[in-house]
Structure formats: C-alpha cells, structure tokens
Write a protein that binds this ligand. Structure first.
Ligand SMILES: *Cc1c(COP(=O)(O)O)cnc(C)c1O
Length: 376
C-alpha cells in the first residue's frame, strides 16, 4: 500500500496552491480533470515523441485524468503502470497492432433490447448509465462509446430501461456500468437506484465503477454513502490493475463503503507491460485483501480496437493462477475469465489439476506438482 503523506499533492508544482478542501473534494477532482497537452506539459516535460503520440492518438481516442490519479505516477514514462494506463500511445492507432480487433466484440449494442441495456444472460442485465468517465483508460473495453460526445442518458432512455426490467421477471440483477455511473450527481444515482430498488424481482444492483481507483474522494461524500445504505441491494465492483494504485486513501474510502453494508469486489485486466507477471498480480491481490476488497475476476484482455497491444498470451493468466494457488490465500485468488466474441459470454479458464481420469479413480496434482490417486 502506498502511503500518501499529508498534503502530498503540494509536491507537484502545478498543484502546490490547491488547498485540502478542494483536492479532497470529488467534484473538484472531476472539474479539474486534465485533458489537454498544455495541461500535461505543466506537470512534466513532455518529449517530442510523447507529444506526437498524444496529438495523433487523441484525434481518435481522448485523453483525460483526475489530478489524484496523475499524482500517483512516480515516473512519467510508459514503463510506469499508471502512466501507461492513461497516456495515449501510437500503438492504439497502429493498424498492424490492432489487426483482428473490433469496436464492439461482444455485440453489446446488438444484444440490446432497448438502447443502453444489454441482456446476455437470462437473470442479469447490463445498463450503461452514462458515457462519461473521470479518467480515460487506454485499455477501455468500451472505447467505442467515447468516440461520441459525452452525455448522460435522457429520462426517456432510463424509463425505457426500467420498463424492460420491470417486464422481464427473470432478471434478478442489474449491473450499472458506463462510462462511470459514480461520476453522476447523487440525485441522478438516487433516481436510478430508487427505480431499480422498487422492482421486487431484483435481488442485487451491481455498480461497476473506477472512481475508487481514480477519485477515491467520491466515497467521502456523505450523500452517496447514505444512498448506498438506503438502497441496500448495492454491490460495488471496482477496477484496480496495479499495486501502485492502492493507497491509504483507498483504504479509508473502502472503510466508508463497507460501513454502508456494501461489499467491494475487484476486476483486473491482465495487460502487457502493466501487470503481466506473477509477482505483480500476487502483490496486487494481497494488497486488495489488505484494504478489504475481494478479487473477483482477472480478465484476458478483450479484442477491442485500440487496446490490442495490451494483450498477453492467453496462457499467461493460467500460469499466474497456477502460481497463486496454494501460495496465496484462496480469498486472494480471482477467477481468470475470457469474454467470448459474438456475445457468447464469459468463460472461466483454470489450470488443470486432474492428471488422469479413470472409471474408478482420478489422479490429481497439487500446487507443488505432487500427485495422488483418489477413488471416485
Ligand atoms: C460481464 C457481464 C455480466 C456479468 O457477468 P458475471 O459473470 O455475473 O460477472 C452480465 N452481462 C453482461 C452483458 C456482461 O458482459
């Protein structure tokens, strides 16, 4: 866990005059997002190479970060796992590197009964509440949404989504994603949650958000915490990819969320040059548990246009799981999953612990490679 000292942002010249009240206010963090090259140039000297990458790439894929997330970068180069997640790279628009990728590989827009809603599994639906995010991740699986103008959905669009969920009683869970739903004002969040909460056949409302990573001050907002407490079907799924993203502020924020009775889980994407090693993932998973976040999924990088350069070999994730098993708490072990193209859903991929199967016995191996024959 990274310990950020009192007034840590004042170490950065561009932020040295920002007072505590502003810096620790989530709205200030969003209002003061950095989106332009001139703003970045005030933070660190941007080389000509980086300038070129920024300008060419952002013609297609925008740049944006909160001051908080930027302040976690220790070194302004692609070698840094946070820099690499937010700073545009020419690889994103390199035809060769992006060969065999798609804007919407999982047909989320095609499998939409009403605009903004994807119904892939019988008992749960995915709702895209907004197309705004406070940070634009270079590896975003919905990069296509950010090619459009930023906007929140209209009331009519929301009403149509609620209507569909009301009419389809087999739906037990709504996954609110985006964009980032927690960048919406509390009033809008309450409007969505109230409507969903009143649908009796819903058991859970899952919010997918990266605010805990990029703007943890969101969870110091009493209003939001009250909403979580009141609409007590909410689960929060967040998106940490590297141990450098977990700070003492994350820990306090998680404590606030847990105090409302809301469980916190995490999804990580396995990415080349960011976290594709056993050691990094092990540290990440251990660090998540330390701040009481349960690792849920480790995803194989999706074939999304503009992100394919982050993809590892598919076996890399299996090797990592193999490493974790037995060495790290079972609680720290996520499910490694591949999202199948054409909207066929996510499938888990496990190391194989069965060495041989016969009619009356099975030979297993354990994490150390020792084998045992057991009667069936
Ligand atoms: C990932 C996803 C879900 C949720 O899947 P879980 O395995 O329950 O986490 C639901 N709907 C869609 C469209 C998804 O992509």
């Amino acid at each position: 866990m990274i310990i950020l000292e009192e007034n840590y942002w004042k170490e950065i010249d561009a932020f040295k005059n920002v007072d505590k009240e502003n810096w620790e206010n989530w709205k200030w963090q969003i209002a003061n997002r950095l989106t332009a090259l001139e703003e970045i140039s005030k933070i660190f000297p941007v080389s000509d190479k980086l300038k070129e990458a920024f300008l060419k790439t952002t013609e297609i894929f925008h740049f944006g970060t909160t001051p908080y997330y930027l302040s976690l970068i220790k070194e302004f180069s692609y070698d840094n796992p946070i820099f690499r997640q937010i700073f545009p790279s020419l690889d994103e628009i390199d035809e060769e590197k992006q060969k065999h990728s798609y804007e919407d590989p999982f047909l989320e827009d095609t499998l939409s009964p009403v605009s903004g809603l994807t119904h892939r599994y019988p008992d749960r639906v995915l709702m895209r509440a907004t197309n705004f995010c406070s940070v634009y991740c270079r590896h975003c699986m919905r990069k296509r949404m950010f090619l459009e103008e930023e906007r929140a959905r209209t009331k009519e669009e929301y009403e149509k989504m609620f209507q569909y969920i009301r009419e389809n009683k087999q739906i037990k869970e709504v996954l609110i994603s985006g964009g980032d739903p927690l960048t919406l004002p509390n009033k809008k969040i309450e409007y969505i949650l109230k409507n969903l909460y009143e649908i009796e056949h819903l058991d859970i409302i899952r919010i997918g958000s990266r605010e805990l990573v990029v703007n943890p001050y969101r969870f110091f907002d009493e209003g939001l915490l009250e909403i979580f407490y009141k609409y007590d079907k909410v689960w929060l799924v967040t998106h940490f990819n590297h141990p450098d993203e977990i700070t003492n502020i994350t820990k306090k924020a998680v404590k606030n969320i847990l105090s409302t009775g809301t469980p916190v889980l995490n999804q990580t994407v396995l990415m080349k040059g960011i976290n594709d090693s056993k050691e990094t993932i092990e540290t990440l998973m251990r660090s998540l548990l330390k701040v009481k976040i349960k690792p849920y999924y480790l995803f194989y990088c999706d074939p999304v246009k503009g992100t394919l350069h982050f993809r590892t070999d598919i076996k890399k994730g299996v090797e990592i799981l193999e490493h974790l098993r037995g060495r790290v708490s079972g609680l720290a072990t996520p499910i490694y999953a591949v999202d199948l193209e054409n909207g066929l859903g996510k499938v888990p991929v496990f190391p194989n612990y069965i060495v041989e199967e016969a009619e009356d016995y099975i030979i297993f191996r354990n994490y150390e490679g020792r084998t045992v024959k057991q009667r069936r």
